[in-house]
Ligand binder design. Structure first.
Ligand SMILES: NC(=O)c1ccc[n+]([C@@H]2O[C@H](COP(=O)([O-])OP(=O)(O)OC[C@H]3O[C@@H](n4cnc5c(N)ncnc54)[C@H](OP(=O)(O)O)[C@@H]3O)[C@@H](O)[C@H]2O)c1
Length: 358
């Protein structure tokens, strides 16, 4: 069987560029079409991104001369990745799904809808069952599957093993998020150099709601996890890699060594199925006091999965004795790889492996 032809919508942006990287040499998917706004459509890809390709390694040679298409559903590829600006993603993704395309989206627009799966393959692969409801509710042959916001993914991959083992009850999280999370050109340099911005519009609400959908279940409707989650989000002068400082209360705590072992031993469906972009070990636990750090540790995972493993460090008992929290720890994840492009590609691999793309 040949590789499935795929398209990237929003191919010129920060996440779109990471998509192109993630699909380069992919064993199952062949990048066949690129699309973006009217500003880029009709141009050679290399010309459309001149001065704004920001990734190490440069544009893959075979992509440089590809034409940028408008985001119109007459694109031929059955599988479509969306890295579109959220100002336009909602209706464009619907048009593609209505025309029969399978859309794996990074955008926020459809994530919380009642028949749209919001998926991290290690966490809630069973939510893909909602696709039948989506197709029948909306009378479409195609569908939209979404991945969470970049800060939610790191948090939930780290919480999942502890939730399974001990029952997560309450999490408080404070984030230090990288600048690339705001796209390009993103935050003005005068606002972020020598500085920290203690507000990212909509981010806290997304983390709180998406985490509960992800840790919940699908039973002919989404049942949200009952755990309480409270987030405070900030932007810091780091290029890639979101750090998150977590306080967690559980129903049935064990000692810290046990919690570390639970996290390290965790494996999900992607590991069971051997998906090409799956990290061998989804959660890496550091014992050093000063790790993980964004510059040193954001590319955890190897080969195609570089940047797909989530790092946890400083896992220790909480020091208050009021019973609210049991553990505190830090989480690091690469926001445009595990938190965006790699997340969508892993979702597509799961869809392919589970037979949803027929
Ligand atoms: N950056 C992250 O870490 C991250 C993480 C998770 C999720 N996300 C989400 O992923 C999406 C992309 O984010 P980004 O950071 O890559 O943004 P970005 O750098 O601003 O790129 C936006 C892309 O959308 C295209 N676009 C804008 N208006 C359009 C229109 N009217 N019609 C068609 N295409 C249009 C742009 O094309 P032109 O170049 O032609 O204007 C560009 O390709 C957003 O929804 C974002 O919220 C981002």
């Amino acid at each position: 069987m040949g590789r499935r032809k795929v398209a990237v919508l929003g191919a010129t942006g920060t996440v779109g560029q990471r998509m192109i990287q993630a699909l380069d040499g992919h064993p199952w998917f062949e990048l066949a079409e690129l699309a973006a706004s009217e500003r880029s459509a009709g141009r050679r890809y290399a010309d459309a991104v001149e001065g704004r390709w920001k990734l190490e390694g440069g544009i893959p040679d075979y992509v440089r001369d590809m034409p940028v298409l408008p985001c119109s559903p007459d694109i031929e590829s059955s599988l479509v990745f969306s890295a579109l600006d959220s100002g336009v993603a909602g209706p464009i993704e619907d048009e593609f799904a209505d025309a029969g395309h399978y859309v794996c989206s990074n955008a926020k627009n459809h994530r919380m809808e009642d028949d749209v799966p919001l998926v991290i393959p290690e966490v809630n692969p069973g939510h893909l069952e909602a696709l039948e409801a989506q197709k029948s509710n909306r009378g479409r042959q195609g569908f939209v599957v979404t991945n969470p916001n970049c800060s939610t993914i790191g948090l939930v991959v780290a919480l999942k093993p502890l939730d399974d083992a001990y029952g997560a009850r309450r999490a408080h999280v404070v984030t230090s998020q990288a600048i690339s999370g705001a796209g390009y050109p993103g935050v003005a340099s005068l606002d972020i150099h020598d500085n920290l911005v203690p507000y990212i519009s909509g981010e806290e609400e997304k983390m709180e709601a998406e985490s509960r959908k992800l840790l919940g279940s699908w039973e002919n409707g989404f049942r949200y996890a009952s755990m309480g989650i409270s987030a405070q989000c900030s932007r810091v002068p780091v290029i890639d890699g979101h750090m998150e400082f977590v306080f967690l209360g559980v129903d049935d705590p064990a000692d810290v060594d046990d919690a570390m072992r639970v996290m390290e031993a965790y494996r999900g469906k992607p590991q069971e199925l051997g998906l090409p972009t799956a990290p061998e070990q989804p959660v890496i636990v550091f014992r050093d006091d000063d790790r993980p750090q964004p510059r040193l540790d954001r590319y955890m995972g190897s080969g195609r999965a570089a940047g797909m493993a989530v790092s946890v460090g400083r896992l220790r008992e909480d020091t208050c004795d009021d019973g609210l929290f049991d553990y505190k720890f830090v989480v690091l994840s690469h926001n445009t790889v595990r938190g965006a492009a790699g997340a969508a590609v892993l979702n597509a691999e799961l869809l392919e492996a589970e037979g949803y793309l027929r």
